[in-house]
Design a protein around this ligand. Structure first.
Ligand code: DX5
Ligand code: ZN
Length: 219
C-alpha cells in the first residue's frame, strides 16, 4: 500500500487559501490536513468552521480534520456536514473515547485518534479495532514548524505491533516536523500517512516538494 502525503494547511498562506488548496488538489498529495485548535486544549487558536467550509468548497481530496479541542463530541455532526472524510479527536480530550469513535462513524466519517507525544500507544489496545487512523503527534500540538521528537520512531513500531497483533487495518499517521530527512525512516517503522506543514508550504516549490516527498516514500 502506498504511503499517503497530507499537507497541513496550517502552514498555508491564509490570504491565498484558495490558491494553496488548489495547489494541493493538483499535486501528488492524498489528503488535505486541517488543524482545528480551540486555545484551550492547545495554547493556540487556528481556525474554525467558516474557514473549514471555505477549504471544503475548493478541496477535491479527502479532508483529514485534526481536532485539537476539548470535548470534541459537541462538533462531530458539524464536521460531518462540513465534509470531513477523517475526523481525529485527541485521546487526552475524550473521557468516553469508545463512544466518541462510534459517533464519528455513525456520521459516515473515518474515525481518528491523535496521541500527544507523552501518551503511550499501549492505551489504544482496547480501542484499536474501532480506530481507522491513529495520528501520532511527533511534536507537542499547537504550532507548526517545530522540531520532530525522535522517540516517535519507537512509538510507530510499538503501534504497528499492536495493529498487526490485533489484525486491524488501522493507518498510522505522523504529524509534526516531518521532512525528507525523517520520512523514509518513519515509513520503515510502519507509518502510512505523513502530515507535512512547513516542509511543504515554506518550500520555494510546494508542488515539487510534495512530489519528491511522495516519491521518496513510495519507491
Ligand atoms: C500541530 C499540527 C500539525 C502542524 C504540522 O499542532 O497538528 O498538523 O500543522 O506542521 P509542521 O509540519 O510544520 O510541523
Ligand atoms: Zn495536525
Amino acid at each position: 500500500m502506498s504511503t499517503k502525503i497530507a499537507p497541513s494547511l496550517l502552514a498555508a498562506d491564509f490570504g491565498n487559501l484558495q490558491r494553496d488548496v488548489e495547489m494541493v488538489n493538483q499535486s501528488d498529495a492524498d489528503w488535505h490536513h486541517i488543524d482545528v485548535m480551540d486555545g484551550v486544549f492547545v495554547p493556540n487558536i487556528s481556525y474554525g468552521m467558516p474557514v473549514v467550509k471555505a477549504i471544503a468548497k475548493h478541496a477535491t481530496k479527502p479532508l483529514d480534520v485534526h481536532l485539537m479541542i476539548v470535548d470534541p463530541d459537541r462538533y462531530i455532526k458539524t464536521f460531518a456536514e462540513l465534509g470531513a472524510g477523517v475526523l481525529s479527536v485527541h485521546y487526552e480530550a475524550c473521557t468516553h473515547l469508545h463512544r466518541t469513535l462510534q459517533a464519528i462513524k455513525a456520521e459516515g466519517m473515518k474515525a481518528g485518534v491523535a496521541l500527544n507525544p507523552h501518551t503511550s500507544v499501549a492505551l489504544l489496545e482496547d480501542t484499536i479495532q474501532d480506530i481507522d487512523v491513529v495520528c501520532l503527534m511527533s511534536v507537542n500540538p499547537g504550532f507548526g514548524g517545530q522540531s520532530f521528537i525522535e522517540n516517535t520512531y519507537e512509538k510507530v513500531k510499538q503501534l504497528k505491533a499492536i495493529i498487526q497483533r490485533k489484525g486491524t487495518s488501522t493507518l498510522i499517521e505522523i504529524d509534526g516536523g516531518v521532512t525528507d530527512s525523517n520520512a523514509q525512516k518513519l515509513v520503515e517503522c510502519g507509518a502510512d500517512v505523513l502530515v507535512a506543514g512547513s516542509f511543504v508550504f515554506k518550500a520555494s516549490d510546494p508542488t515539487k516538494t510534495i512530489a519528491e516527498l511522495s516519491k521518496l516514500v513510495n519507491n
